[in-house]
Design a protein around this ligand. Structure first.
Ligand code: B16
Ligand code: MG
Length: 384
């Protein structure tokens, strides 16, 4: 109990290896000498947490159940005197600090989950230093949160560490600028003219898809000759070009320019990986063309996102191996493409849309390169 309460002093954050060694020795000595059945009712919950930290999930489960049954099954035969409220609190901590492995870091809480046998999901909210954090963890994705509204997933991580990243590939629409909104409006206008039901929600499925694939989605099985198809794509593009004709530097999304500047200073290469055939024009209007080392766009490859081709093309242009690149995307199809390319990925937007990314952020606002790398490293902040 003392070790658990004073874990900071024993180096849980500052010297995790030393902490683990002390924890292991204390466990080996005290655990066999502890009366887990009728000793302190706080014992089982605390043992469950420490067992998780030591990776003893089977033992953690036994202790967890022992703590849960204190009142549920009155295993100590004294529940008639009142419930064991402190033990209940310990049980909550066993879930949050043991199974979910929440640790508080300078960048916010980080989860290093140890799923107990048979457990498939942990979903909870935390409030820490006035900020709210939401966690949705499962054994496959080992999701972790490092900052308010951000999520880290450790699924399909490229080999090596985020500290080795040498290139950032930005999607354009929805990441650097909000042309995703103009794409939507243009598709909506086309749909209205054609009498096809369409709305913002339906548009979500189009995010990141090529013009052709977007139209196929929108038509949803309706037949059209190649000529009609072509005409509709051209019409949509005409609407889109009309909408973007006045965009300027002011249309850069918050944080995008600052990050581009920071990356240049840090010597990190920057590419655009956009499925759009209008990407160059949009970049010119935004005034960022000279800040980018290479552009891969709707003309660069045949297979569009979610195929990895566009991002692989971008990495090749930068002269970098995929594992040394991170993709910043706002579309599910784009995140899929980044993962398929074997790259690190940062998803911007709701978890439902970009939750497969290694790191999910609400936007680029206030994002700094060093922080981004640290958050991607996530579980390496505090090795356990
Ligand atoms: P265009 P991104 C994508 O750009 C858009 O997200 C998607 O909505 C659009 O259909 C696609 O470009 C093609 O754009 O019609 O201009 O060639 O997100 O990959 O930068
Ligand atoms: Mg996009």
């Amino acid at each position: 109990m003392l070790l658990y309460l004073m874990r900071e002093q024993y180096g849980v954050t500052s010297d995790p290896e030393k902490y683990r060694e002390i924890l292991q020795r204390s466990w080996d000595y005290y655990s066999p000498r502890t009366d887990h059945t009728y000793g302190s009712s706080l014992g089982p919950a605390v043992h469950a947490i420490l067992a998780c930290e030591l990776g003893k999930t089977e033992e953690a489960y036994v202790h967890f159940m022992r703590a849960a049954m204190v009142d549920l099954e009155n295993v100590r035969r004294n529940a008639h005197e009142g419930i064991h409220a402190a033990s209940g609190g310990g049980l909550w901590q066993a879930i949050i600090f043991g199974c979910a492995g929440i640790k508080f870091t300078d960048d916010g809480p980080v989860a290093i989950p140890h799923f107990l046998p048979g457990w498939t999901r942990l979903k909870f909210k935390l409030q820490w230093r006035g900020q709210k954090y939401e966690f949705d963890l499962n054994p496959e994705t080992s999701t972790q949160t490092a900052q308010s509204g951000t999520t880290i997933s450790s699924s399909s991580r490229p080999p090596g560490s985020p500290a080795q990243i040498q290139g950032v590939i930005f999607d354009l629409d929805g990441v650097i600028t909000d042309t995703a909104e103009y794409h939507y409006q243009a598709w909506q206008k086309l749909a209205d003219e054609e009498g096809i039901p369409f709305n913002r929600e339906a548009n979500e499925a189009l995010r990141g898809l090529s013009r052709r694939e977007s139209l196929m989605e929108l038509l949803n099985g309706r037949s059209a000759t190649e000529e009609q198809f072509q005409e509709m794509m051209d019409r949509k593009n005409k609407f889109y070009l009309e909408l973007i004709k006045n965009i300027s530097k002011a249309d850069l999304l918050p944080g995008a320019l600052e990050l581009l500047i920071e990356l240049k200073e840090a010597g990190i290469k920057v590419a655009i990986g956009s499925g759009s055939k209008n990407a160059k024009e949009v970049m010119e209007r935004l005034g960022i063309s000279d800040r980018i080392d290479s552009i891969s766009d709707g003309y660069s490859v045949t297979r569009s996102k979610p195929a990895p081709d566009l991002f692989l093309h971008a990495a090749q242009q930068l002269g970098l191996e995929p594992a040394y690149c991170v993709v910043v995307e706002d579309a599910g199809s784009g995140v899929e493409a980044a993962l398929a390319a074997g790259m690190w990925s940062v998803g911007l937007g709701p978890v439902e849309r970009v939750g497969a990314a290694h790191l999910v952020l609400p936007s680029l606002e206030g994002i700094h390169w060093s922080n981004l790398q640290k958050q991607l490293a996530g579980n390496r902040l505090i090795p356990c």
